[in-house]
Design a protein around this ligand. Structure first.
Ligand code: PBG
Length: 324
């Protein structure tokens, strides 16, 4: 049996070229999806305080941003709307003149090849900030489904390439698939936020999207962090209902869930490197406590090593030039 001193694992680590040759995991620009927050108004490009380097854009400022993203070799963006008006049912979410449909048209016109994915949820469009319709102080799952379907359809009609329901209602993938198919959008894939946990790591996003719940929390629909077998059931149901790509979210504290999902299913697997994960790296980096760029690359590599094919990440633009 070969062992030390014949075996020396350090031999293949001696130079960067050798290390490159035996590297097992690669992060490529093609793996990345960049989130964009789209707001109302004109001429707006405002930085989100808890997410340095990430901005809210009004529709008229999106074209140059989309061009920059595409030039970096990033194939896709995911859009989040920050509408002017909110109501109890989130109806600005399916207004064809709403921020997201207008953003889709602007981006597809400027950069037709950039894949435009849209987040489908009620929380950005409701006064109460919940992901569904409220009845008797609780979320009414089944009354929420037609509204989610309407939002998804309005995005497809505006030219979205893919829709991504993030609400965690039961049966939403089936409802959205049926609506899209009946309306001539059989070719539009669904990326489902299949295993989405009730996480403290969404804090900065809720500031960015102005979508924090006005009362209560999201624990009645998002998953309980200690559970992993349940994540596989969630993913399985979404696959049965017609999801084309499934997602685990957040990523960093859930690498084991990503690994299990990779082993259990053949579908393309996405992971969301969420706002709080980004904010921690930026905050520590800003104080000189860690090398933020190296930390970001290490995190993205870990998410891929765990088994993700695609990573939604706020680091995409800064990291893409370092990947080739
Ligand atoms: C909307 C949605 C959220 C995120 C993505 N879509 C917030 C939430 O569920 O509260 C979080 C993304 C992030 O933190 O980067 N439902």
């Amino acid at each position: 049996m070969a062992e030390f001193p014949q075996v020396r694992l350090r031999r293949l680590r001696r130079t960067e070229t050798l290390r490159r040759m035996v590297r097992e995991t690669h992060v490529r620009p093609d793996d990345l999806i960049y989130p964009l927050f789209v707001t109302h108004g004109r001429g707006v490009k405002e930085e989100i305080p808890s997410m340095p380097g990430i901005f809210r854009f009004s529709v008229d400022r999106l074209a140059p941003e989309a061009e920059e993203i595409a030039l970096l070799g990033i194939p896709a963006v995911i859009l989040f709307g920050v509408p002017r008006e909110k109501d109890e049912f989130g109806s600005s979410g399916y207004d064809p003149k709403g921020v997201v449909p207008r953003a889709i048209r602007a981006i597809k016109k400027a950069v037709p090849d950039l894949v435009v994915i849209t987040d489908v949820c009620l929380c950005e469009y409701t006064t109460h900030g919940h992901c569904g319709v409220i009845a008797n102080g609780e979320i009414d799952n089944d009354r929420t489904l037609p509204l989610l379907s309407k939002i998804a359809l309005s995005h497809a009609e505006a030219g979205a390439d893919m829709v991504a329901p993030s609400d965690m209602m039961d049966g939403r993938v089936r409802a959205i698939r049926q609506t899209l198919d009946e309306s001539g959008f059989t070719h539009i894939p669904i990326l489902s936020y299949a295993a989405k946990y009730a996480s403290a790591f969404y804090g900065p996003f809720r500031e960015a999207a102005e979508s924090a719940p006005a009362f209560g929390d999201r624990r009645s629909h998002q998953m309980d962090p200690p559970n992993v077998r349940e994540a596989l059931r969630e993913i399985e149901q979404d696959i049965i209902e017609g999801a084309d790509i499934v997602m685990v979210k957040p990523a960093l504290a859930y690498l084991d869930v990503i690994r299990k999902a990779r082993e259990a299913f053949e579908h393309p697997l996405a992971a969301y490197n969420v706002s709080g994960e980004y904010a921690m790296v930026k905050a520590a980096g800003g104080r000189g406590w860690i090398d933020a760029e190296r930390a970001a690359l290490e995190i993205l590599t870990a998410i891929k090593r765990a088994g993700a094919d695609l990573i939604i990440t706020y680091h995409a633009k800064e990291i893409a030039p370092r990947l080739s």
